[in-house]
Each structure stands twice: as C-alpha cells, then as structure tokens.
Design a binder for this molecule. Structure first.
Ligand code: HAM
Length: 406
C-alpha cells in the first residue's frame, strides 16, 4: 500500500472549532488594532536571509539554530520568516519612508517558521498577530502599545501577567554589559555551556537562561534597571507611572531580555499561567536602532506580536445568537423553488441548503446538527399555495408563510 503523507513535525492544520476561533480572533483583534490607527500590511513569507541576520541578530537562537534557510533556484540565500517585524522594517526602508518622515502604524497576521524542538505551545510553523509603529519616540506610545494588547486580551477575557523591563540605550547598555561580563567571567566555569558561549556573543541572554544553576549564580549580579542612564530611567519611570495611572498592573523583571537582538529601552512580555511551560502569549518592545541596522535613516520603532495558537487555547468563543437558516425540501419536485429561495436568503444571512428530500422530523434534526435555528421547508403542498413552512427550533413556533414574504 502507498504510504500516506503526514504534516511535518511541529506543523499542523487549523480546522473545525480551532479555525472558527482563529478567524474570530483575527476579525476582532484587527478591529481593535484599527481603532488604534493601524492599517493592514502583508509582507512575503520568504525573505533574504541577510534581513534576519541583521535584525533578529547573529547571536540569537533564532538565527543560529532555527531558520528555515535554503538557496533557491536563482542561487539566492533565502529564509522563511521566523518573525514579522523584520519584513515590515524592510518595507519601511525599501519605500524610503524613513526619509519621508511622519508616523506609520501597521498590523499583520500570518505564519512564522522556527525550527525549534516541538512541544506543547511550541510549533515550527505558528501564527502571530503583530503591530509595528514607526516614527514615534514618545513613551506614551509604549503605553499605547501595551494598552492595545491589553484591550485585545480583555476582549477575549484572557488573564495575564505583564512583565516589564528596560534594556537601556547605546549610552547605558554597553557599560552595563561590560560590568556583567566581568561578573559572569568570575564564575564562568559554573555556567551552562550555552551561557559560557553567550558571555562572548550576547552576555545579557545569560540573564534569562532557564537553567536553575545559572539563575542561582546570577542572584547578585548587576541589574540593568539599576544601571540605566538618566534619559532611559526617566522614560522607564514615566511608563510605569502611565500604566499605574491607567490601572494596568505589571511586574518588573530585570532578567527579561527577549530572544531577539533588536530591542532597546522598553521590553515586555504577557504571560499566562494557564497554558503550561510555553507561557508567553505576547511579546515586544522598542527597537529604535533597527531601521538603521537595515540601512535606513534613524527612526524610532516599537511593536509586539501575539502567538495566536497559544492564545486560542485560552479563548472561549462568546456564544453568538445564530441567525442562520436551514432550507430543505420534502420532495424532489420542490428543489428548483427551494434553490431559488436559498439564493435570495444567502444575500441576507448564512443559509444552509439540504439537497435531499426528507421528512419533517429528519430535517429538524439535521438543522440542529448544522446549528441553524430557523428551518424553512418546501414540499408539494407549500408550492401549491406559494408558501414555505417555517419553524423556530428554539421557540417551537411554526407557521406557513408566503414565499415572497419569507
Ligand atoms: P517573540 O517573543 O519571538 O517576538 O514572539 C511573539 C510571540 O509568538 C510569543 O510570545 C509566543 O506567543 C509566540 N511564539 C513564538 N515562538 C513560538 C513557537 N515556536 N510556537 C508557538 N508560538 C510561538 C517576536 O516575534 C517579535 N517580532 C515581536 C515584536 C514585534 N517585537 C516588536 N515588534
């Protein structure tokens, strides 16, 4: 027998109840983002590998180990996008919007690819809903982005913890890193293999190592939040003040460094305690140097992405009153008239049509299975009187109605 083909490890179909939730999420998250002034952008799934090397960063796990990278038939080094920010920034620079000035706000959703070790909540193809803002160097925008995520999570009634950090700027971060490297080097031998390597490549990544031994060694090491320059410190204090003033609770986590190298100043993650070890449902922050890294003129940037699969685990779809109609026939001769009625009704509401002639009771059962509350049936008698038999399954009310009036 021919071997059947399965979807690849860490990749899956989204169908049935999950696909209903998926579209429900996209529709409503998009509406909320639009209210905040974002418009939709779609960028290609495939980009030049250099884009991610220069943005997500050479020292990140994503670029080091997780890229779906290959040489295409034209000998171009390309890669399936592991995240959405880089493509949007590429667009911004490519269209010379950095030179035009002004502010730009885009939202997007779609698949991302990371060759990670699959486990619950961690896929190799997963979906993100993200937003990116360009040209606003004001800490109120940081608060705005956090409120937007909160509005989305509140809409779906999702509980979360907001973790907040500041990663400083070109003034304070290098000095902090230098001190951290000194500290880390003093107990280098005791750190895990990954962290020993990170001391040289990206020392702040040691801070969020999951290894318990590393974490205990780090207890007394310097914190970035105690080593911010005046400007970063003022912004961080202001952000905390705005959040508190708007009743948004947060926890400061000075070990939150994020897995992508492009962040500066504000960095945040939204965590859920209800979905297991892969608990980050959204993450983001400021990336004021990224436009420059990609060859553009210095432009402030900030954004976030929500992991859709992780979120879907937490969403219970609010029961919407189903106004869909079921139309069926009692005999073969009524099919033409019923078909015409279906086409008229579909312009008004969701209409399910059953082609097979059946008895009343069978139609009622079928309609319930399809989730339709209103059942309209046509047979010989109804046709004769130019009528349709209509039953409301919920209220059990039934009557004959003139076809044109139905
Ligand atoms: P990220 O933290 O790498 O950030 O991903 C954002 C969210 O995507 C995570 O919080 C998580 O919910 C989800 N996610 C990440 N990896 C996986 C996976 N393997 N399986 C399932 N879900 C996953 C970014 O990607 C940044 N581009 C966010 C951003 C936008 N920062 C600024 N603008």
């Amino acid at each position: 027998m021919t071997k059947t083909i399965q979807s690849l490890r860490g990749m899956k179909d989204i169908v049935n109840d999950e696909s209903k939730l998926f579209t429900y999420f996209i529709e409503n998250a998009s509406k909320i983002a639009q209210k905040y002034g974002f418009s939709y952008i779609e960028t290609p799934l495939l980009e030049e590998t250099a884009l991610f090397r220069r943005s997500v960063g050479e020292s990140s796990d994503i670029v080091n180990k997780e890229m779906y990278q290959f040489i295409d038939k034209g000998q171009n080094d390309v890669c399936l996008r592991p995240e959405g920010t880089a493509g949007v920034v590429r667009h911004f620079v490519e269209k010379k919007l950095d030179r035009a000035g002004g502010t730009y706000k885009w939202y997007y959703f779609g698949p991302m690819f990371r060759y990670e070790r699959p486990q619950k909540g961690r896929l190799r193809e997963f979906h993100q809903f993200g937003c990116e803002v360009f040209g606003i160097d004001n800490v109120y925008e940081d608060a705005n982005i956090i409120m937007l995520i909160k509005d989305i999570l509140d809409f779906f009634e999702i509980n979360f913890t907001l973790k907040l950090n500041s990663l400083g700027c070109n003034d304070c971060m290098p000095k902090y890193k230098e001190n951290l490297v000194k500290e880390l080097t003093s107990f280098k031998e005791e750190l895990c293999e990954d962290c020993t390597r990170r001391i040289l490549t990206n020392p702040i990544r040691v801070l969020d190592c999951k290894n318990e031994k590393c974490q205990s060694l780090l207890k007394n090491s310097p914190k970035i939040t105690d080593n911010l320059c005046n400007s970063c410190n003022n912004d961080f204090e202001k952000l905390k003040e705005i959040l508190s003033f708007n009743n948004i609770s947060y926890e400061i986590d000075s070990n939150l460094v994020r897995g992508l190298d492009y962040y500066n100043k504000t960095a945040f993650e939204f965590i859920s305690t209800e979905i297991g070890a892969q608990s980050a449902i959204a993450g983001g922050g400021r990336y004021d140097r990224l436009v420059e890294y990609l060859g553009g003129r210095s432009t402030a940037g900030i954004g976030f992405a929500i992991g859709i699969e992780r979120l879907l685990e937490l969403i219970v779809k609010k029961e919407e009153k189903d106004d869909s109609i079921y139309i069926g026939v009692l005999d073969e001769n009524s099919l033409n008239s019923a078909f015409k009625l279906v086409n008229k009704k579909r312009k008004e509401c969701k209409t399910y049509f059953d082609y097979n002639p059946r008895a009343f009771a069978k139609h009622f059962a079928n309609a319930e299975k399809q989730g339709c509350n209103i059942v309209a049936l046509i047979g010989e008698n109804e046709l004769k009187n130019n009528q349709v038999f209509v039953k409301n399954i919920e209220t059990k009310e039934e009557k004959n109605i003139n076809i044109e009036e139905f």
